[in-house]
Design a protein around this ligand. Structure first.
Ligand code: PLP
Length: 372
């Protein structure tokens, strides 16, 4: 079945007890069991698992083509659980361009366990091969990456990782399973900040891991989540499940709008560079065209004139809201260096744009007046 159909029907069986077509939200934290803790309906305590979350996880596994999925309270909780599976003193590769939280987790927490992290340009396979030569336990990729929209060749990187006995984990937040299926290209685990496109309305925080196989990484992350408690609330699971139903339809609109915005910006004299993988001039356009169904709703631009010029544009937009996060109905714009903490890695003239679901002409008109 195609993604549009899967998204509507995955985890959507009518409620067995009532026939309700919309799924019930089970808020109960505890479930009746027998005198010696015999389970009656498979559940015991909400921190371990609950029916609404199970439905969302079933949908995630189907959409990503995985063997199993785990939902978390945030994307960072999912990343933390995955990296917790690493042995002490191991070595991993992360992208030189990635969500700041991953970099901070590596520096501030993984380093305490002796885990060393090398930041590599994942779109440069020779650089990844060279960085892997001394041995690696895991390669983490984000494709397209946040915020420069670099694209990594998932199939080629899976080969490199597996040649070293390492796992390839792919943050698929920007693309979603509608546009890209990393497990089918050889990745071992897919990660999502479901806060973004899965939620789709900027009103629910969540994260997920989807596994190619039911083996040790699944067992360890599942146990870690149960013991440390970074579970999704039933209401969040319900909202995210609802988000799945319209995900393919929203992604088509996001992609269409992003194309119009990117094409307009690419011709604007005040814009030095447009980072959107759908543009033929993008350095990784060919890889993106090979592994993605469409190019997504995220882009970033670099403004001529540096930080002050970029902040000037950010202060003039009217329809776009200056805000962090992405993947909602409303278009957002953000000067990334200003939110990346003490040591930002984004260029000072870069503005990240989450293209929403408004009419593309209105979005282009707003950017045109802000750049005028
Ligand atoms: N991965 C990417 C690509 C992100 O953009 C984000 C958040 O912006 C995260 C992971 C972290 O997710 P969360 O904010 O849900 O913890």
């Amino acid at each position: 079945m195609r993604p549009e159909t899967l998204a509507v029907h995955a985890g959507a069986e009518p409620d067995a007890a009532t026939g309700a077509v919309a799924p019930p939200i089970h808020l109960s934290t505890t479930f009746a069991h027998g005198p010696a803790a015999e389970r009656i309906a498979g559940y015991e305590y909400q921190r371990e698992g609950s029916p609404t979350q199970d439905r969302f996880e079933a949908a995630l596994a189907v959409l990503e083509g995985g063997a199993a999925a785990l939902a978390f309270s945030s994307g960072m909780a999912a990343i933390t659980a995955m990296l917790e599976t690493l042995p002490n003193d191991s070595r991993i590769l992360i992208p030189d361009d990635c969500y700041t939280g991953l970099r901070m987790l590596a520096q501030d927490f993984l380093a305490r366990r002796g885990i060393t992290t090398a930041a590599v340009d994942m779109s440069d396979l020779a650089a990844v091969r060279a960085a892997s030569a001394t041995g690696i336990a895991l390669i983490w990729i984000e494709t397209p990456s946040n915020p420069r929209l670099k694209v990594a060749d998932i199939a080629a990187l899976a080969q490199i990782a597996h040649a070293h006995g390492a796992l390839l984990v792919c943050d698929n937040t920007f693309a979603t399973p509608v546009l890209q299926l990393p497990l089918s290209l050889g990745a071992d685990v897919v990660m999502h900040s479901t806060t973004k496109y899965f939620g789709g309305h900027s009103d629910v925080l969540g994260g997920a891991l989807i596994f190619a196989r039911r083996d040790e990484p699944l067992d360890r992350t599942s146990h870690f989540r149960y013991i440390t408690g970074a579970i999704l609330s039933p209401f969040s699971a319900w909202l995210l499940l609802r988000g799945c139903r319209s995900l393919p339809a929203r992604m088509a609109w996001h992609c269409r709008n992003a194309r119009a915005v990117a094409q307009f910006l690419a011709t604007h004299p005040r814009v030095e560079r447009v980072n959107w993988p759908g543009l033929p001039a993008h350095a990784n356009h060919a890889v993106a065209a090979k592994q993605m169904r469409d190019f997504g709703g995220m882009l970033s631009i670099e403004i001529r004139g540096g930080r002050e010029a970029a902040l000037g544009v950010a202060s003039k937009v009217k329809l776009f809201t200056n805000a962090t996060s992405l993947g909602g109905c409303e278009s957002l714009l953000e000067h990334r260096a200003s939110v990346e903490g003490e040591h930002p890695t984004s260029p000072q003239n870069l503005l990240r744009i989450s293209v929403g679901l408004e009419h593309p002409d209105d979005l282009v008109a707003d950017l045109a007046q802000a750049l005028a």
